[in-house]
Design a protein around this ligand. Sequence first.
Ligand code: GLN
Length: 491
Amino acid sequence: MPDDLPFLTITEARGLLDRREVSAVELTRAVLDRLIDVDERVKAYVTVTDHMAMAAAMAADRRIAAGESTPLLGIPAAIKDVISTRGVRTTCSSRMLEDFVPPYDAHVIERLTAAGAVMAGKTNMDEFAMGSSTENSAFFTTHNPWALDRVPGGSSGGSAAATAAGEALFALGSDTGGSIRQPAALCGVVGVKPTYGRVSRYGLVAFASSLDQIGPFTRSVRDAAIVLNAICGLDARDATSAPVETPDFTAGLTGDLRGLRIGVPREYLPDSLEPAVRQVFLDAIEQVRSLGADVDFDLSLPSTEAALAVYYVLAPSEASANLARYDGVKYGYSYQDGASMWENMERTRQHGFGDEVKRRIMLGTYALSTGYYDAYYLKAQKVRTLIRREFDAAFEKYGAILTPVTPTPAFRIGEKANDPVAMYLSDIFTLPVNIAGLPGASVPSGFVEADGKQLPVGLQILAKPFDEATMLRVGHAYEQATEWHKRRPAL
Ligand code: GLN
């Protein structure tokens, strides 16, 4: 039995399981042991479901013994704590839902369960997915496995860190403005945000409904395709779930980029981009070129500069509506010692929500109020259309667009915690993708040095709506030609 079981790709683990060289119980035990070993330092998990995991692994072994071999059967996974799991506490890393146990599974959990995946536990995040560092978790901050004094990114920082640290073979996260791609880049793993509508959001606790998507963290692009195969598809319980066919996402992973035209938008190489990160990006472009793609730097997406403003009107507006449900009456935390119903409601929200969540609710309520709606919300919607149209026009010419994922590598814990705008800026390259509803991926593309440590950097790959196949093809070809994805944090 190999001694690095927790660091296998899904594809490698499948081979071992199918050849009976390792059992799902052994694989799950190895991942849980690794978790016990390192999670005190990484703090990726909010809840560890070890007993359930062992039971699921035993069930997987029975299915394997009966001759079944589906790609995720017996594979241990980590789930962001914003995704509802029946009978397992789902906190959104908020006091508001600290003791909330959902009575049903999210669509993606039903899919993973049917596929035979094994849930190791629920991962830490910024409260209600609002943030870029997991520092907004009401419970604790997750640490970057590559440098424990640094953030893993966010909001899905726990899922990214768990995947990077060998505490799961893959993970699920959610991405509203970058929360899969940004932490994936900062932790050196693959992260994919599918096209808006590709994955049902039934059972995903809502943040900003016109932007939210669920997607995977993995150690290879092929693994991401495998997880997408399992979780994508129409679901009548989510009205925005798209009636499109799910192709086999592994089919186009040829390693060849000949004939593909790729654009690099100049707005994604601003002066604020750290020089070392810029160099990593330019090296990646050269690599992609050498694989046969025709890369063109003569692309401009001028509305990009408005994306941050558009996002911070639209996302808080939608959040203010979505979070109105936490009133202490229906479920979640409830303050009951007030003199009136109104006082109870007020105190419930005062105590239950953290500062960033309150900031968003106030911003959103303001933007939607009479007299301001036209000036902010409606205006933001119009600019949103412009951003989408610019991408549409670019994709008439290019099969894919490449950009950096983040302007800097992982920053120090505390460095941006008191400066919301500095924190918001860490998503400038990822937000436009949600605004336009496109698929986006982050793949490991190199390292930069800071404080004597090697910090991972990611390459962002974009494609037109529902063309994940091209995005994955580029990511896979690049990955096959490089070694970045094979490095592991020393911990
Ligand atoms: N960092 C962004 C925010 O705080 C994006 C978060 C996300 O994608 N969930 O809104």
